[in-house]
Every structure is written in structure tokens, then in C-alpha cells.
Design a protein around this ligand. Structure first.
Ligand code: USQ
Length: 394
């Protein structure tokens, strides 16, 4: 299948290009290099060394004996989107080309408006390009579990049956996002749901949990194929940050009370699920929602697991809670459904500690790279708009 990946230079995008190419798909991608610049803006760098995109493309060709067609540019630029769709004629689009960071979107007005404009606008451009140039193609859009927030009831996969004043309907489950970034994803989801009705497009909205891990099997022992791994306060996600903290001997930092519960999944599971969505397209006009995570975990429970696995590898690390820079519930009910992908054959990696071990061993090799940017680890961007480093709570 011809698969177009917006955001192909990112953490998920690069991994997915390798994963799909290894399975015989023809892959093309676009990227404006935003992620590299955002992380630099945060005073950080990927813990894993990554090649410039031009060199990545050469290594891809050498590895898979086929080209990854690439467009260097911003998908908010309609002319570029039109060119890509008319030249490549994708059969599937896996949209990973958005700014993925809640903290980044909370920095100030400029960052909020940038994230929302970028995410909403490039998704609309993709919708119109599909309507005009690839109406039978399918869209796999990366949503986020964070769109639902943390309601005090179970979370279905997108829709639920509701009875109100004696009448029943199947309606979208309420969204209660907790950052401007997460709201941008809600807006994207709503726009796609509408486009499916309006233009007969087919789309899968993947409500993905927090991804962690340094590798997928397709990277093998070739360092040049590694994907990026961020650990700064904006682009590093919880387990990835805890693992980087562990290898440099910094305390692991659950925020606040540390009982926030989220869905997590290893990078390799994310690849498996996105590919299952691609391989099993929805019907025309169908907008379907998959909640995508392996299991839900409490943030402190995860920090303790990273601490334990680090201990097995001879590292002695502490877990110390820090002030929570975010506005979020720190103890709450959280029970989302996640059956749709299992029905399609998703086989979750249940051994989270084994996955952590692989990541920690990888990161130990790049300890110096993390050490060089360790100032980026402790958050300073607070949801109330103040920029002030958080304090340890002990
Ligand atoms: N957290 C800590 N300590 C840390 C880092 C995070 O306690 O050092 C907590 C956060 O307060 C939050 C939870 O861990 O309660 C998850 O935070 P995160 O930074 O790992 O993830 P989040 O900001 O929610 O965003 C990430 C991705 C985003 C994706 C989302 C899925 O960056 O692109 O949409 O995970 S979800 O969390 O399910 O909404």
C-alpha cells in the first residue's frame, strides 16, 4: 500500500516508516524539521543520536532497497500538500505531523496559538487533499487519550449510548482536555468526524496513550536507524523521562501526589496498532475511534518500576515527588475501554519491565548526551503561566 506519513522525522514517524517498509509498504513522508527545532528551543536534544534527515533517507534506501519519498516542508502550506497528494496518490495517510506537547502549548499565547493553528490547519489541509485527490484513501489520525480527560465514569471508544429525557442516541463521548495541545486534538477529531459525514472520507481516530521506549526490532543493531528519544519537560513523556533521569542518577519525578493514571504503551505496540489500523481500513463515510494503550498505570507505580529495573542494572535511584507544574487531578478514577484493536489482533507487550530494561540499556550508552542537557529535565513551565522551576517535595 502507498502510505504517506506527515511527521516522518519524528519519534513515531521515523519508527513507523521503518516498520511499514519492512512489511512491504511503499512509504513517503513530509516533515519541516519542527520537532528538532522545538526540542532545541527547550534547551535539549534527543538522548539517542539521530542523523540529519538527508542521511536518514540514504540509510533507509540502503536498508530497504527502496526509496522513502520525502518532502521537506510545512503541511500548513496548501501548495505543498497539493503537490504531495497529486504526485504520490496515497492509499493511506497516517497523520503524525502535529505538535505533540501539552507543556509546549502552555508556555504563552504565542505557543498556544502556534500549536492550535499548526495542528488544526494541517489536518484540514489533509482532509481537503484527501477529498480532492485521494477520496478512497483512509486517514489514520493520531488523537490522544487526553482528549477525554479523567471523568469519574468509564471511557468508551469515542462514542457511547446515552438516554436523556426518555430518548436514546449514540453520541460522541464528552471531551475534557487538560491542555491547549489536547484541545487542538479535540478540534482535529471533530473536524475529521464532520469530514467523514460530509465528503464520505474514511478515518480512524487513534486515541493513543503515552508511548515509551527506544526501539523497535526493525532498527536492529544499526545505530543510524534509531529514532529520537526526548527527555525535556515538553517533549519527553513520563517513562522516557524517568529512564533518562535514572541513567544520570537524578531522582525520578512524579508530579504532585503522583497518582495520575494514564494509558501507556511501548513504541513497538504503537507501531503494531497503527499498522493494524492501516491494514483494516474503515468503510467509506465511517469515522471510527480506537483507544490505543497496553494498560493503565499510576505514574508513581511506573517510577517505582523504572527504579526497580534500574536497580537490577546496578543503578541506585530515588523517586522524589516534585511540585506539579500542571493543573490536573492527581488521584482519580480512570477506566477506559480498549477492545477495538484487540479485536483486530493487537497482541500487547505485557512485560513492561522487560521493555524498560531494553530502554535503560540503550540509554546508558548515551548517558553523556543526557548529562549535557540535564537542566532541561526539571520543569519550569507551569499551567498558570508562571515560568519557575518546580521544587522537590521533601
Ligand atoms: N508526569 C509526571 N512526571 C514527569 C512527567 C510526567 O508525573 O516527569 C505525569 C504528568 O503530570 C501526567 C502524566 O505523567 O499526569 C503523563 O504525562 P506525559 O508528559 O508523559 O504525557 P502527556 O503530557 O499527557 O502527553 C503525552 C504525549 C502526547 C500524547 C499524550 C497521551 O506527549 O502527545 O497525546 O501523552 S495521554 O497522556 O494519554 O493524553
Amino acid at each position: 500500500m502507498r502510505v504517506f506519513i506527515p511527521g516522518v522525522d519524528g519519534y513515531l514517524g521515523w519508527s513507523l516508516a521503518l516498520y511499514l517498509a519492512a512489511r512491504g509498504h511503499e512509504v513517503a513522508g513530509a516533515d519541516a524539521g519542527f520537532r528538532r527545532r522545538w526540542v532545541e528551543e527547550m534547551g535539549s536534544d534527543s538522548a539517542t543520536p539521530i542523523l540529519p534527515i538527508e542521511e536518514r533517507l540514504l540509510v533507509f534506501k540502503e536498508t530497504f532497497d527502496g526509496e522513502l519519498r520525502f518532502w521537506d516542508g510545512d503541511l500548513c502550506d496548501w501548495d505543498l500538500v497539493e503537490e504531495i497528494f497529486t504526485e504520490f496518490r496515497p492509499e493511506a495517510v497516517v497523520h503524525l505531523g502535529e505538535c505533540p506537547s501539552a507543556p509546549y502549548s502552555m508556555i504563552d499565547r504565542e505557543h498556544t496559538t502556534f500549536v492550535q493553528r499548526n495542528n488544526v490547519m494541517n489536518t484540514l489541509n489533509i482532509i481537503f487533499a484527501m477529498r480532492d485527490f485521494a477520496p478512497d484513501a483512509q486517514l489514520v489520525k493520531l488523537g490522544t487519550m487526553g482528549e477525554y480527560g479523567t471523568p469519574n465514569i468509564d471511557i468508551p471508544e469515542g462514542f457511547f449510548e446515552v438516554e436523556y429525557r426518555g430518548r436514546k442516541d449514540r453520541l460522541p463521548f464528552p471531551r475534557q482536555a487538560g491542555s491547549w495541545y489536547h484541545w487542538s486534538k479535540v478540534h482535529g477529531s471533530n473536524n475529521i468526524m464532520f469530514a467523514c459525514k460530509l465528503y464520505g472520507l474514511r478515518a480512524t481516530d487513534v486515541m493513543q496513550g503515552v508511548v515509551f521506549g527506544t526501539r523497535i526490532d526493525e532498527m536492529g543493531d544499526d545505530e543510524r536507524l534509531l529514532t529520537r528519544l526526548d527527555f525535556d519537560e515538553a517533549f519527553g513523556t513520563a517513562i522516557n523521562r524517568f529512564s533518562c533521569q535514572a541513567v544520570i542518577g537524578d531522582p525520578l519525578t512524579p508530579f504532585g501526589k503522583g497518582h495520575q493514571r494514564r494509558g501507556f504503551l511501548p513504541l513497538r505496540d504503537s507501531m503494531q496498532c497503527l499498522t493494524l489500523a492501516v491494514d483494516n481500513p474503515p468503510e467509506a463515510s465511517e469515522y471510527r475511534v480506537f483507544n490505543q494503550f497496553e494498560e493503565t498505570y499510576d505514574v508513581t507505580e511506573l517510577a517505582r518500576k523504572v527504579q526497580k529495573v534500574s536497580g537490577d542494572l546496578g543503578m541506585d535511584v530515588e523517586v522524589i515527588n516534585v511540585e506539579n507544574p500542571r493543573l490536573e487531578l492527581e488521584e482519580h478514577y480512570y477506566t477506559p475501554d480498549h477492545q477495538n484493536l484487540l479485536d483486530l489482533g493487537y497482541q500487547p507487550t505485557h512485560d513492561v519491565e522487560a521493555e524498560m530494561k531494553v530502554m535503560l540499556e540503550d540509554l546508558l550508552r548515551y548517558k553523556d548526551r543526557i548529562e549535557a542537557h540535564k537542566d532541561a529535565l526539571l520543569p519550569q513551565m507551569r499551567w498558570d503561566g508562571r515560568h519557575e522551576k518546580v521544587h522537590y517535595l521533601k
